[in-house]
Design a protein around this ligand. Sequence first.
Ligand SMILES: Nc1ncnc2c1ncn2[C@@H]1O[C@H](COP(=O)(O)OP(=O)(O)O)[C@@H](O)[C@H]1O
Ligand SMILES: [Mg+2]
Length: 278
Amino acid sequence: MSDNLTSKYIEIQGVEQTFKTKNGPFCALQNVNLNVAKGEFVTLIGHSGCGKSTLLNLIAGLTTPTQGALLLNNREIAGPGPERAVVFQNHSLLPWLTCYENIYLGVERVFGAGDKNAGAPSESKIKLKERTDAALALVGLSAAASKRPGEISGGMKQRVGIARALAMEPKVLLMDEPFGALDALTRAKLQDELLSIVALTHSTVVMVTHDVDEAVLLSDKIVMLTNGPAATIGDILTVDLPRPRDRIALAKNAQYANYRQAVIDFLYTRQKHVEKAA
Ligand SMILES: Nc1ncnc2c1ncn2[C@@H]1O[C@H](COP(=O)(O)OP(=O)(O)O)[C@@H](O)[C@H]1O
Ligand SMILES: [Mg+2]
């Protein structure tokens, strides 16, 4: 694959998203242009209500844009697909299934039915079990396999959500504030775990956050959105910090502080939040 192709793994071209509301059309996003390279970790940051989830849902194919186009690997994104797994803030696990079963369900759907188009045969139950066990092990939850979501902590639930997404071997991992509902310590732990998992899987990740430190710690590129309506990309910051990244060492790193300051300046000076009447 040429450099040109790998640097344009996800292409977002002139995207606009206008919603029909009872008060007439509401333009959430306008003229959004972005390329994400293969294996890149990109975060979307911006004030609440600016359109981060709207953009992520477009990449997930859960919605289609009113203008423009989104492509993955040169193919238009026309709907949701297992090559783009999504992790939401509220884990969205099925409460009546165990952690194991929640992951197995997704694994079975993706690998158990085979892929007639790609000529891939359906996998055996043993292979599906192996995939499920491996995903649980990846997030350190092998011991909790037979527990139900109601019996585990918030951090563990998010880990199951991440395991479920990764078990599908997605080309792209899409995450919408996956750690937003967690306490600071659990959040830090999961960020570190995510860093090691991504180092292992080389996944392409697009993650929504409103946490500046989270964005700098995790990202290769921080995409900063302007305030809505008609939000767009205000600036893109390339985070050129070596990996593996260690939060303790980075806390004393001058370059880290500069990146952090650049995002804070964007959010709190250039895009001072205006509370909407709506
Ligand atoms: N389905 C919808 N219909 C109408 N307006 C919507 C819809 N989804 C989102 N919006 C509006 O679009 C804007 C962006 O929303 P969202 O992407 O959820 O913001 P963020 O994730 O950045 O907090 C908000 O003003 C929100 O009210
Ligand atoms: Mg959101």
